[in-house]
Design a binder for this molecule. Structure first.
Ligand code: ADP
Ligand code: MG
Length: 398
């Protein structure tokens, strides 16, 4: 048996993989963009889009540590369902301002920033009751205190960016799960970043979210299309998937047969979350190195069971019975994307009766619309999961 303690694989939302395969180019692009912003050169922000489990969060974290290493100040946030953007941003901006306040050249401007933050929190507290932020200096009347999110956030970010410019440091916002932001709040953030970019201030956004993010940004502000790059994060190529599996084992003196690797790549289709799960279970069932195709076959059963209990299950448990039936009807049609009419037929209801259900599933981040009238899962292989969990036709009945 192989030592389970030395098993290197790391399935789990946000768990850093032992080998971050296939993302070098993107990391380099973002590194260059941040270095340009720091010098006052123009560069777009980055909004990474992709399905669940493709590695957006761990990539965002890696980019963040790259940025810190290069001397930038970074802020890290996750847009949760049900909290406001100002509540999320205020404490992080405060930390950045306090850091800038310790740089002699930026001190005066950072103090103005801290006053702006106090005004911001006070003026917006009425509307966004969840704002909680330490107040270091008194509010400054007339600065970021309109009570209007877009105007005040713009004023505040301009202060942060101005302090950063004095300090010759880039401030970079890293925000995950951006699809959960309310349109109005997202619009305010985009508008504030746009202003900073016009002023060539060293402040930028690196974000991540589900594929609908691009449309959400565009709906919030039409010019968002030009303000950001939208790299698509997806499954790894066969070669990248191979190195995600092989390299971590190599470090432990363990190898895989060529057929074992091919089997893992085909079972996982190169999706990073699945690769970690298959790597983990293949290691655990194998009696010895090299890990064989037979080992992988045994491991597949456990890997699927583990995914059903975690990766798929956490999403499934948040659904209403009607939402589950909608997704089950979709799954009946296969992987997708599917036409709304086809889903409605499978479901046994008219298309227009299903609009609200479809909308709530989009809001929960379960499905998205790749093009008008099309619907697709945001979780890879979710159709197979739905068929496993509800195999017979009993789901059809109301
Ligand atoms: N490039 C990669 N190579 C290998 N494994 C990866 C890679 N990116 C992510 N993973 C693994 O995939 C899983 C999901 O990553 P995560 O960042 O949470 O995805 P997302 O945020 O897109 O849902 C984690 O277990 C992580 O270790
Ligand atoms: Mg994530």
């Amino acid at each position: 048996m192989m030592d389970p303690i030395r098993n290197p694989y790391a399935p789990g939302a946000g768990s850093p993989p032992p080998e971050l395969a296939g993302r070098e180019k993107l990391r380099e692009d973002v590194r260059i963009a941040i270095a340009r912003v720091q010098r006052g050169n123009s560069a777009k922000g980055t909004l990474m889009v992709g399905l669940r489990g493709v590695g957006k969060t761990v990539l965002l974290d890696k980019m963040r540590s790259d940025a810190e290493e290069s001397g930038a100040y970074t802020l890290r946030m996750e847009a949760p369902e049900g909290r406001s953007l100002p509540a999320l941003l205020a404490p992080q901006l405060r930390l950045a301002l306090l850091r800038l306040n310790r740089v002699q050249a930026a001190k005066a401007v950072a103090e103005r920033g801290l006053r702006a933050l106090a005004s911001f929190a006070k003026a917006l507290k009425v509307k966004y009751e969840d704002i909680e932020v330490g107040i270091d200096l008194d509010p400054q009347p007339g600065l970021a205190d309109n009570g209007d999110l877009e105007a005040d956030l713009t004023a505040l970010l301009v202060e942060v960016g101005s302090a950063a410019r004095k300090a010759k440091i880039a401030v970079v916002l890293f925000v995950d799960e951006l699809q959960y932001l309310q349109t109005e709040e997202f619009g305010a953030l985009i508008s504030a970043l746009h202003r900073c970019s016009q002023l060539k201030l060293p402040l930028t956004l690196i974000g991540a979210g589900l594929p609908q993010l691009r449309a959400l940004a565009g709906n919030a502000k039409s010019y968002a299309e030009r303000l950001f790059d939208y790299p698509q994060i997806g499954a790894l190529s066969a070669q990248e998937a191979e190195s995600a599996i092989v390299k971590p084992a190599q470090h432990e003196g363990v190898s895989f047969s060529a057929k074992a690797i091919a089997k893992i790549v085909s079972e996982t289709r190169g999706y990073p979350y699945f690769l970690q799960e298959w790597g983990k279970h293949s290691w655990n069932v194998a009696p010895r190195s090299p890990i064989t195709q037979k080992d992988v076959e045994t491991a597949s059963i456990e890997a699927v069971a583990a995914l059903d209990e975690s990766f798929f299950r956490v999403r499934f448990d948040r659904l209403t019975p009607a939402e589950k039936r909608y997704l089950r009807a979709m799954a009946e049609l296969g992987e997708g994307p599917h036409r709304s009419g086809d889903i409605a037929s499978a479901f046994g209801k008219p298309v227009n009766a299903l609009g609200p259900l479809r909308q709530s599933l989009i809001a929960k981040g379960m499905i998205w619309s790749p093009s008008h009238g099309d619907t697709a899962f945001t979780v890879p292989l979710f159709d197979e999961f739905m068929r496993r969990i509800a195999p017979d036709s009993s789901w059809r009945s109301d």
